[in-house]
Design a protein around this ligand. Structure first.
Ligand code: ADP
Ligand code: MG
Length: 340
């Protein structure tokens, strides 16, 4: 197997000769799981992941994220379409394509009787990394596990195991790192640590693709986001542009007394009165400040008992992006189904 050197390091922002512009490129990707009731898990997916990006694949449970990741990792066979990883065709150069990518699967499968050092050495052996080129302890240090090199994996916490999986995916120094739901079930402190690791890897030149069903996570971490639902990519843009499209918030005022009608002065904020003591105002934060709305409500003389704000969440995102379009069969977008 050819060893693919991570030539992208430090070059992510400069157009470098010989390096692909897209780390991953997918065209017309289809996946149908067989069985009694065949499941069309991916439907004609086109996706480009630019080299150097920190790319988020965002979608609810069952959207097809893991299916896509597992096809890239060659753990699942695609039904149709083409996949190129680091410009290597998955069908024609499967071994080279595998060498260009490191995948951290959603499920933690750490052998409990090995130490982290042994696990990484084993993995390096599998990828044919010569002994003198192995950087086992460096990699463990990168993920904050240097002092756990000789500990049995079964004694590691869930967060440490997750980081060990990241280390395992990095032993062959792939230019593309894929993380499937890296922070699912990870507590807040560890989530911050993992995010910091991911950011550092990306800053050092590694293209990172991660999946998540948290809008907030994609928003905070990723420079580009693709949204997938029912196996279809329904949006793909820079994070900033995507959030722009979701530019709306709601301010909900609970009133101290009953109101018969929306005051004239608040109509321009799209005010609605779903009940006599509940006034809802919708606005685009990029154009109107919450302060302006608060001032308008005060000026109208209303007695406010309480207020809350609502931001677009993943469910709203899907509703907005798929409005008018056929959303597909099954559960409503955003609903979380049982894990397989
Ligand atoms: P996600 O990772 O976004 O939660 P998955 O890719 O795991 O979604 O699943 C997409 C769809 O394909 C779901 O409806 C799931 O039930 C189905 N699916 C996933 N793996 C299999 C499998 N091995 N056999 C049959 N159906 C599957
Ligand atoms: Mg998944």
């Amino acid at each position: 197997m050819t060893t693919i050197v991570n030539t992208s390091a430090g070059l992510s922002s400069t157009p470098a000769a010989g390096l692909p512009s897209n780390a991953v490129s997918v065209r017309g990707l289809d996946k149908v799981y067989g069985g009694k009731t065949p499941k069309h898990a991916l439907v004609a997916v086109d996706l480009d992941i630019p080299r150097g990006s920190l790319f988020g694949l965002l979608g609810p449970n069952g959207a097809g994220k893991s299916t896509l990741i597992n096809i890239l990792a060659q753990l699942v066979n695609k039904t149709a379409g083409t996949v190129r990883i680091w410009d290597l065709d998955l069908d024609r150069q499967p071994r080279d394509a595998a060498a260009a990518i490191g995948v951290v699967p959603q499920e933690l499968n750490v052998d409990p009787f090995f130490t982290p050092r042994e696990l990484l050495d084993l993995q390096a052996g599998l990828f044919g990394v010569p002994k003198r080129e192995r950087r086992t302890l460096d990699i463990l240090a990168t993920v904050g596990l240097a002092d756990k090199a000789e500990a049995y994996a079964r004694t590691l916490s869930g967060g440490m195991k997750r980081r060990l999986m990241v280390a395992k995916a990095m032993v062959h120094n792939p230019p593309v790192l894929v993380l499937d739901e890296p922070t699912a079930g990870v507590d807040i402190e560890l989530r911050q640590q993992l995010w910091a690791h991911v950011r550092a890897l990306n800053a050092a030149g590694t293209t990172v693709l991660l999946t998540t069903h948290y809008l907030e996570e994609a928003e905070e971490l990723c420079d580009r986001i693709a949204i997938i639902n029912h196996g279809k990519v329904i949006a793909c843009d820079t994070t900033a542009a995507l959030l722009q499209r979701l530019d709306n918030k709601e301010l909900v005022f609970i009133l101290a007394g009953d109101l018969a009608a929306v005051p004239e002065s608040l109509r321009r904020y799209g005010a609605e009165l779903p009940s006599p003591r509940r006034l809802v105002l919708r606005y685009a934060p990029s154009r109107v400040s919450a302060g302006e709305i608060l001032a308008a409500v005060q000026a109208s003389g209303l007695q406010v008992a309480d207020m809350t704000t609502l931001e677009a969440d993943l469910e709203d995102v899907f509703l907005q992006l798929t409005r008018g379009a056929h959303v597909g069969e099954g559960a409503a977008a955003g609903a979380s189904g049982p894990k397989r």
